[in-house]
Design a protein around this ligand. Structure first.
Ligand SMILES: Cc1cc2nc3c(=O)[nH]c(=O)nc-3n(C[C@H](O)[C@H](O)[C@H](O)COP(=O)(O)OP(=O)(O)OC[C@H]3O[C@@H](n4cnc5c(N)ncnc54)[C@H](O)[C@@H]3O)c2cc1C
Length: 461
């Protein structure tokens, strides 16, 4: 640290919210990746005004600032690559307003995702985006990553529910963007620009989010197949039959076994793939759609298919799906969760490509994901402490991304680029588009102090 700006930070927030001790900073040097970068100082904020003053100070001293939500990010976004300030948003956690007439909730950025839904359930409303991490992730982190979830196929992702936001610009001004009207086309769509900007363009301090009425009925269906190909064809055919299910999740054999080892809920270990499907809507309509789903499963050679018999069984099935990553991570010391996404029609090809790569490198890969969205999570089970395995893992990741791009897909469906995928950006973005992104970044952040080094492409490598 060249200049001692700590006393000035202590005048902006409570001195106990400025953390400088090595031991405490260590906690903030990690997120949910395997990476570690130590911040010079950790600052917990409670108001947008504090964030604004910190950004002005950071510009004066040219200190990097990295916003941090719950650190559940899977691309290293909240890590302080260049040191500087780790700006902790989790204490800005008030639900400010619920408006059942206009179906809106206004919340501070540090509110835990699940708590938005809990705050409106008594009104028979729900907040649709449901990332697997919803019990701990924050709304600010969800907006920054444009988080998706299990309900993405029918209900969309975070950006589809962000009406307006308050952000602090990297230069310190507090500004409001968007509108809480149903329609709004005034000016550029800056809210959508901030959604998915990974904390590089502004610090989200407040958001007004859209809500929906809870569907009257829902049915969960569990189907087992001999392999992933039959399961993936079923996904394609369900949508082709005109049924947009609320969720349509795929789980492969490796993951089924890992979940069963962990939760012991009686999943069939002999099968090659499992689909977890939920249909929701009005009562009669749900019955008709569930029938279509059952028929499509059978016509694609399902080994068995059935509806959950009770709400408890339904909840147990979804709990099993949400435990996929934690179950896999018990198998080997290192778990690398990838996020490859293709069109639904190309999912069979992507699954085949991942299998071929796994065989070529003799690497264990468990695959599960939001099949309805074509968003797969091939999860590489490895040991990065062993240099040969680490090298092999890098090659596997690169080949998965190359296959994804060759199929017309994208590097990330929901976890973002951050630092973990920066080296692959050039596979997908053209130079003019990347340069345009750089100009947008400079317009927001002339001193490049907000979350530097993220989404940064290395063209020469
Ligand atoms: C078990 C598990 C399951 C997951 N499941 C899903 C899933 O289903 N779908 C999905 O999309 N993701 C999933 N994720 C990834 C992760 O939860 C999401 O990316 C989430 O949106 C991150 O929120 P966070 O509050 O933890 O943010 P952090 O990890 O703290 O930060 C993520 C990024 O957001 C920025 N940021 C945080 N707060 C703000 C703010 N207020 N203003 C500006 N920038 C900010 C950070 O700088 C960083 O770049 C999962 C992660 C885990 C560990």
């Amino acid at each position: 640290m060249e200049k001692n700006y700590i006393p000035e930070l202590e005048q902006i927030v409570n001195p106990e919210d400025v953390i400088t001790s090595f031991e405490e900073r260590l906690t903030y040097s990690y997120d949910s990746t395997r990476l570690e970068y130590m911040p010079d100082v950790v600052v917990k904020v409670q108001t947008a005004e504090q964030v604004s003053r910190i950004m002005k100070l950071a510009n004066d001293y040219k200190i990097p600032v990295t916003p941090r939500g719950a650190a559940t990010g899977l691309s290293g976004g909240c890590l302080c690559v260049n040191g500087g300030i780790s700006l902790v948003m989790v204490e800005m956690n008030k639900i400010l307003d619920i408006n059942p007439i206009d179906l809106l909730a206004t919340v501070e950025a540090g509110v835990i995702t699940e708590n938005v839904g809990k705050a409106v359930e008594h009104l028979n409303l729900f907040y649709p985006p449901d990332p697997g991490s919803m019990k701990s992730s924050t709304i600010g982190g969800n907006i920054a990553e444009n988080a998706g979830g299990l309900r993405g196929l029918k209900y969309g992702v975070t950006k589809d529910y962000v009406n307006s936001i308050e952000i602090v610009l990297p230069t310190g001004e507090i500004v409001n963007m968007g509108s809480n009207t149903v329609k709004a086309v005034t000016g550029y769509n800056l809210v959508d620009l901030i959604c998915g900007s990974e904390g590089t363009l502004g610090i989200i301090t407040k958001a007004t989010l859209g809500l929906l009425p809870v569907p009257a009925d829902r049915v969960s269906i569990l189907a087992f197949f001999k392999d992933m190909t039959d399961a993936a064809k079923t996904v394609r055919d369900i949508v082709a039959e005109g049924v947009i299910t609320a969720t349509l999740e795929i789980v492969d054999k490796v993951t089924i076994n890992a979940i069963e080892d962990f939760l012991k809920i009686g999943l069939d270990r002999t099968v090659g793939a499992m689909l977890l499907i939920e249909v929701d809507g009005q009562k009669g309509a749900v019955e008709i759609e569930a029938d279509i789903v059952l028929k499509v499963c059978k016509s694609n050679n399902a080994l068995s298919v059935r509806e959950a018999k009770s709400a408890q069984e339904r909840d147990k099935l979804w709990e099993a799906r949400r435990a996929a990553l934690s179950s896999l991570s018990r198998i080997r010391p290192s778990t690398i969760l990838e996020d490859a996404t293709v069109q639904r029609s190309k999912m069979v090809d992507l699954i085949n490509a991942v299998n071929e790569i796994a065989q070529k490198y003799k690497m264990m890969i468990g695959t599960f994901g939001h099949a309805g969205d074509g968003n797969l999570h091939p999860t590489i089970l490895t040991d990065l402490r062993i240099p040969e395995e680490a090298e092999k893992t890098e090659k596997v990741i690169e080949e998965i991304f190359k296959a994804t791009i060759a199929l017309g897909g994208t590097l990330s469906g929901e976890h973002g680029i951050g630092i973990t995928k920066a080296q692959y950006l050039k596979l997908e973005l053209s130079r003019p588009v990347y340069d345009l992104m750089g100009k947008i970044k400079s317009a927001f952040d002339p001193n490049n102090i907000l979350n530097p080094e993220k989404m940064k492409c290395i063209w020469s490598a």
